[in-house]
Design a protein around this ligand. Structure first.
Ligand SMILES: [Zn+2]
Length: 67
C-alpha cells in the first residue's frame, strides 16, 4: 500500500482511485482525483524534503549550484 500524500489515507498503488503523479522522481498515489489536483497545485507542500530519497537528475535544485 502507498500513502496518499495529501490526506494520508492508504491507497492501493495497483488501483489508485485518484491516479498517480510523479514528483522529484517519486511516484505518488491518490485516493481521489481531488487529492491529486491538490497535490499538483502545490506538490512541495506535501512531499517532505529528504535528500537521501531523491533520485539524482529529477531535482531542479541540483542545477542551481549547491556545491
Ligand atoms: Zn486523498
Amino acid at each position: 500500500m502507498a500513502v496518499d500524500p495529501v490526506c494520508k489515507k492508504q491507497v492501493d498503488e495497483k488501483a489508485a482511485p485518484g491516479g498517480k503523479a510523479r514528483f522529484w522522481g517519486k511516484i505518488f498515489f491518490f485516493c481521489d482525483k481531488k487529492c491529486r489536483g491538490t497535490f499538483q497545485r502545490d506538490p512541495q507542500k506535501y512531499v517532505p524534503e529528504d535528500d537521501s530519497e531523491k533520485e539524482p537528475g529529477y531535482d531542479p535544485r541540483m542545477f542551481l549550484g549547491d556545491m
